[in-house]
Design a protein around this ligand. Sequence first.
Ligand code: Z5A
Length: 211
Amino acid sequence: MAQSPNRGRFITLEGIEGAGKSTVARLVSEWLTSRGLTSRVTREPGGTPLAERVRKIVLDRGDEAVSPRAETLLMFAARSIHVENLIRPALARGEWVICDRFTDASRAYQGYGRGMDLAWIEQLAGAVHGDLQPDCTLLLDLPVEVGLERARGRSGVAADRFEAEAAEFFERVRQGYLSIARAEPKRVHIIDAAAALPAVTQQVTKVLEGL
Ligand code: Z5A
């Protein structure tokens, strides 16, 4: 996307389940507000009413199988709606967009986790948002068992198709995320998310100040 001087910044949050993305999204939004910047917190899959309907289709555990290929396509269908109807318009208005997961999640979960061809995922990314990339990605990294324990500590919500996966799956996803971070160190900042919240906040703030 040709960057107009007034365009907002696009920040994405990534990590395995229970890494603290929603918590950090709120923190980033408050930090931006305290500096007089308007921000918009959103998530994937979802973020708009129509994309949230696709989210339900792809996450719900139904009787009918969803192949890794179909899962990947549904993630990008939801992303296409989200990019066109929410992300691009908000950035054009000068708002900062804080997105809980974006295409790195497709690379990590569908690519490294499910074994889908990474080159094919890049083709889909190019078709859906070729000229729009995150300005900054915070990768909340922590051991799988810590993330799963945190996530499962939340009561009252039935496990979705991902939450029902085994620890080995999340380990592949975590290693995938770390490979992405090694390949793009300028964009992807690794945050030690196993640390207590004040220490996480400190790491995140340091990255934001550098933007
Ligand atoms: N998915 C995909 O496969 N491909 C794609 O392209 C996309 C997504 C976009 C839904 O994502 C699923 O979609 C996801 C991958 C797939 N499945 N999985 N796994 P989601 O982001 O909606 O769901 P999630 O990853 O399960 O999010 P989450 O469990 O809500 O985690 P979180 O937002 O990272 O964590 P949190 O809610 O902020 O924190 C979890 C708990 O830990 C909570 O009680 C906090 O108070 C606590 N917490 C947070 N930080 C700390 C620290 N530092 N110390 C102690 N406790 C903490």
